[in-house]
Structure formats: structure tokens, C-alpha cells
Design a protein around this ligand. Structure first.
Ligand code: ATP
Ligand code: MG
Length: 159
């Protein structure tokens, strides 16, 4: 059966809210048709828990964290935008590699695995993940996942 994304993300955001300080604001927007998405719940949790925890962790001075869920005919897109410390341009391309961290993390703890895990889980769904960031301004991560609904239910039929 397809994954019902609204309660799925509401649950993840609720867990994230429990780790926020009062200087943070978490905004959740949805638009379009995000019904009919097929995916693995556990892998999707890995993706979005890692991305939201990064948005919070790398916004030590608070600010707003915006989470957008957008559905089209064929894909589901999720945008996660923060107003945190950002990432130096020189570090950006290697961050999806295991154990890679930005040079500006200071004393913020981390292993450098979250984005590598997220990218693997996104790719298992046939999707893609991109990161846009400006140091001192914030970071936006975009995840695009195909709905994969075509073919489901038709197994064993056709040829
Ligand atoms: P963990 O394995 O616990 O997630 P981590 O957060 O350091 O550790 P990743 O999630 O893979 O590892 O992120 C890699 C690096 O990318 C981070 O160390 C940080 O430098 C940078 N980064 C990731 N997300 C953000 C963000 N939202 N804002 C600023 N820097 C970020
Ligand atoms: Mg992380």
C-alpha cells in the first residue's frame, strides 16, 4: 500500500519539535498531490530525521526551520530550509561522503554520517538530494523522490 505522507511527516516533525529550543520556529507547509507515494518507511525516516536534526543542530542561535512537502503527478519533493551557520562553499561537494564535516562546525558534535546515510536512502528510492548553502545565512536541502506508483498492483499482469 502507498505510504500516507501527511501523518508520516507530522510524526517526524513532532519528534523534532521535542528537541527545539524556544528560539526556533518549525514551519510545515504542504502543497500539491502527495498521494500515491510508495517507499520504505524506515529508510524515509533515516532521510528526514537526519535532515531535520541537521537543520536544528546547525542553527544553534535559533531561527526558522521550514519544511515543505510538495507533490506532483510523478514525484514528491521535500525542502528543508534553515537559518543556521551554513556551509563554506569549499566543503559543500564532499559532505555526502562518510565522515566528512564542514570546517565551520566548531564544537557542534557529529560523526559526518547523516548526509551519507540520507543520500544512500534517497538513491535506493531512485531519487536525488541536493544541498544549497551560504555561510552565515543558512542551508536548504532538497529531496526529490519518484512516486513509483506505475506498475504497482500490476505485478504478474501484462508481460
Ligand atoms: P551525524 O553523523 O551525527 O549526522 P554530522 O551532522 O556532522 O554528523 P552529516 O549530517 O553527514 O554529519 O553532515 C555533514 C556536515 O555537513 C556537517 O558536519 C556540517 O558541517 C554540514 N551540515 C549538514 N547539514 C547542515 C546544515 N543544515 N547547516 C549547516 N551545516 C550542515
Ligand atoms: Mg547530521
Amino acid at each position: 500500500i502507498p505510504l500516507d505522507l501527511l501523518p508520516f511527516f507530522a510524526d517526524i516533525l513532532q519528534q523534532a519539535r521535542e528537541t527545539l529550543t524556544e528560539e526556533h520556529e518549525l514551519i510545515f507547509n504542504t502543497r500539491g498531490n502527495y498521494q500515491g507515494f510508495w517507499g520504505d518507511r524506515g529508510l524515509l525516516q533515516q532521510i528526514f530525521m537526519n535532515l531535520i536534526s541537521n537543520a536544528i543542530k546547525y542553527s544553534p542561535h535559533g531561527g526558522s526551520i521550514e519544511f515543505d512537502l510538495i507533490g506532483t503527478e510523478s514525484d514528491v519533493m521535500v525542502y528543508i530550509k534553515d537559518e543556521g551557520i551554513g556551509i563554506p562553499i569549499a566543503d559543500q561537494e564532499k559532505l555526502f561522503q562518510s565522515f566528512s564535516r564542514g570546517s565551520n562546525v566548531g564544537t557542534i558534535p557529529g560523526t559526518g554520517l547523516g548526509l551519507a546515510i540520507a543520500k544512500s536512502c534517497v538513491e535506493l528510492h531512485g531519487g536525488n538530494i541536493k544541498l544549497f548553502s551560504q555561510i552565515g545565512q543558512g542551508t536548504k536541502v532538497t529531496v526529490s523522490l519518484p512516486k513509483q506508483s506505475i506498475g504497482h498492483g500490476a505485478w504478474g499482469m501484462g508481460h
